[in-house]
Write a protein that binds this ligand. Structure first.
Ligand SMILES: *[C@@H]1O[C@H](CO)[C@@H](O)[C@H](O)[C@H]1NC(C)=O
Length: 146
């Protein structure tokens, strides 16, 4: 029984390690491409009913800068009190973006961060992350108050 274990355990251990390594590699690559950016939305009321300040927080999860377009999707129930701006910025760590809106009916806000290849946004010497298309969104339901 003892010799049986000595003979077969190392092979089992190696097989287990191989499986772990493969899983880790597969998960790691998937993770890498799915989490370039994190986006978060925060909605806070401004004095009057149904007027809100929307904050999108975009975080760069890799150690290289990216040019990112940050926007809020338009929809008929939202009126932009501030300009309905789409921001284009070089995001190297974490940036915040703000819009003032008013809603006329219950709706779902959708915030979007898209990596773009616009030149002359990031400083020349910044190390730019090589990606051609990547978009992440966040949604937030808002109910009208009467
Ligand atoms: C806008 O409000 C109307 C009326 O409540 C609703 O039916 C519709 O789904 C809303 N649209 C969006 C995009 O939220």
């Amino acid at each position: 029984m003892t010799s049986f274990q000595i003979l077969y355990q190392p092979r089992a251990v190696i097989r287990l390690l191989t499986v772990c390594l493969l899983l880790e590699t597969a998960y790691g690559e998937d993770n890498w491409i799915n989490n370039l950016l994190s986006i978060d939305i925060n909605v806070s009321p401004i004095d009057e009913a149904n007027k809100l300040e929307v904050q999108l927080t975009v975080q760069n999860n890799v150690k290289k800068c990216m040019v990112v377009e940050v926007s809020i999707e338009d929809n008929p129930n939202i009126t932009f009190l501030s300009a309905h701006a789409t921001y284009t910025a070089c995001i190297c760590s974490l940036n915040n973006y703000f819009w003032d809106i008013q809603i006329s009916a219950n709706t779902v806000l959708i915030g979007k961060a898209e990596v773009v290849t616009t030149e002359d946004i990031c400083p020349d010497d910044e190390d730019i992350f090589p990606v051609t298309s990547y978009t992440t969104t966040v949604s937030h339901e808002i109910l009208v108050t009467t």
